[in-house]
Design a protein around this ligand. Structure first.
Ligand SMILES: [Zn+2]
Length: 503
């Protein structure tokens, strides 16, 4: 996609991006042992697309293996098949952590076998790659090709690269946004969510922002983006005295997340945006703010918990911003085409259409009410033309909903009670079919009368002879019939049924 080219990151990560600031911390070189999470290639060189490394261990996923609960709204992996877990000496497939979802990618062994990694997770201090096989036999064959020390090539693939660029862009944007919110408005970030593509991500802050504040934060963050501030990583050993702490608000709510209690990698990692922010984080980050182009959705969404309130500020950046702009542009273009106006006139035209619809609805209600009165009067007139103590009729109409038929029934009953015929009995059946019918069309049936027993009897007859599905209570019975309603067939059957009832 040509449009995406403008946000592609530099091809190579600068040499001074990853800085080991402790003289005693080294990246393990024994290829039979895994490099801990915190020092992995995906964290040292986030733009690397391919890595030659070695297998350390491969084992089937145990049924009782520790599992983290799935992220809210996350697409669950397919459950069929069986999963092989692989530990490598090093990897460019980022294991889920710090709010950043897992990468996907491939592990190749020579030219004979390429395995698709659907997920990587950090367990303790290790990155565990998960690969799914349709059968245990195929899993075991792959496992045999991965003894410790086997040369493997790890790649992200096109999808993996796109996914990583999206995650990195948004994660670095979140650090920048949180830093500026803190510095300019003294608003700490309580939590954040790197949502599933293409939804906007959000930071949770203690209160909503005014439109002026949204504008200010957007201006400030993008000034740093245009400047292209550098980003780098500092790592050192993790000691008891340098474990990143978590501040708390007055109401006790923690600000952000602490280091996971099960992390055993032993590395403290700090993401630094030059002159702007220093933040402990395990995620992958772009080496510069260039091309981030941060966009804040110009509203905040209020959240209420039991005793506190907070707000979500939604944001977009990089490829996801382009996807968003493309889809919103397409939506507005479609809307302007439907409304036969230019895009800027769409809100005004929509308002006009809504107002016109309201007026039309009101007029339809008024006309329906007049129509109900006319139909009920005509019906009363025609049924009472027949001499006798009991009156009955079947009336077929088109496109009337059941509620409209029921309103006519009520009006008829009201007129009947007010008439001089109250000493007599009546039984009426309304049917209503769509003007244009197919085999799946529904014809509505409403039976009503002055004697509950007769209404029930007609309902039962229609059920039996016409297979109308329905039921009723007291003076009303309603049902539905599916198919093409023919006046000469189904209509006549109803006529007969109505005529056949001794009223
Ligand atoms: Zn982070």
């Amino acid at each position: 996609m040509a449009a995406a080219a403008i946000v592609l990151s530099p091809v190579k990560t600068p040499g001074d991006y990853h800085r080991i600031v402790s003289p005693t911390l080294n990246i393990p070189t024994d290829v039979a042992r895994p490099i801990p999470v915190g020092l992995l290639s995906c964290q040292r060189d986030p733009l690397l697309r391919q890595l030659d490394t070695y297998a350390v261990d491969a084992f089937p996923l145990q049924a009782d293996a520790p599992k983290k609960p799935p992220r809210k709204g996350a697409k669950l992996p397919r459950l069929e098949g069986t999963v092989l877990q692989v530990i490598l000496h090093d990897t460019i497939i980022f294991p889920e952590g710090g709010g950043q979802p897992s990468d996907v990618g491939y592990i190749s062994v020579g030219s004979s076998m390429t395995l698709e990694v659907f997920e990587a997770k950090r367990i303790g201090g290790h990155a565990i790659h998960s690969i799914r096989f349709p059968t245990l036999d195929e899993l075991q064959k792959a496992q045999l090709l991965l003894p410790t020390g086997t040369n493997v090539v790890v790649t992200l693939g096109d999808n993996g690269c796109r996914r990583r660029l999206d995650h990195m862009t948004l994660h670095t944007s979140q650090h920048l946004l949180s830093a500026i919110l803190e510095q300019r408005l003294q608003l700490p970030t309580l939590s954040w969510s790197l949502t599933i593509h293409p939804s906007p991500c959000y930071v949770e802050i203690p209160r909503g922002l005014t439109p002026e504040e949204v504008f200010l934060i957007q201006e400030e963050t993008n000034a740093l983006v245009f400047e292209g501030r550098r980003v780098h990583i500092e790592v050192e050993e993790l000691h008891v005295d340098n474990i990143p702490g978590v501040a708390k608000l007055d109401n006790g709510r923690p600000v952000g997340k602490a280091l996971p209690s099960d992390y055993t990698g032993g590395v403290k990692r700090t993401v630094v945006i030059d002159g702007v922010d220093r933040n402990p984080c395990c995620g992958t980050h772009l080496p510069s703010l260039h091309n981030l182009q941060l966009f804040l959705l110009p509203h905040t969404e209020a959240l209420s918990r039991s005793s506190t309130t907070s707000a979500r500020l939604y944001f977009l950046a990089g490829p996801r911003l382009i996807t968003h702009l493309t889809s919103t542009h397409n939506q507005i273009t479609q809307a302007s085409s439907i409304l036969s106006c230019g895009a800027p006139q769409v809100p005004g035209r929509v308002l006009q259409v809504v107002e016109e619809r309201k007026a039309a609805e009101k007029r339809a209600v008024d006309l329906e009410s007049q129509l109900v009165s006319i139909v009920a009067k005509e019906l009363l007139h025609s049924v009472t033309q027949v001499n006798g103590e009991r009156f009955s009729a079947h009336v077929h109409r088109n496109d009337d909903p059941l509620v409209f038929l029921a309103t006519i029934a009520s009006e008829f009953t009201r007129l009947w009670i007010a008439s001089e015929h109250t000493s007599k009995q009546y039984l009426l059946v309304f049917t209503s079919s769509p003007t244009s019918q197919t085999t799946t069309s529904t014809t509505l049936v409403l039976v009503f009368g002055s004697e509950d027993a007769s209404v029930k009897e007609i309902g039962e007859t229609l059920k039996l002879k016409l297979a109308v599905k329905g039921g009723g209570k007291g003076p009303r019975w309603s049902g539905k019939w599916t198919g093409v309603w023919k006046p000469a067939k189904e209509g006549e059957l109803v006529d007969k049924a109505v005529g056949g009832v001794p009223i």
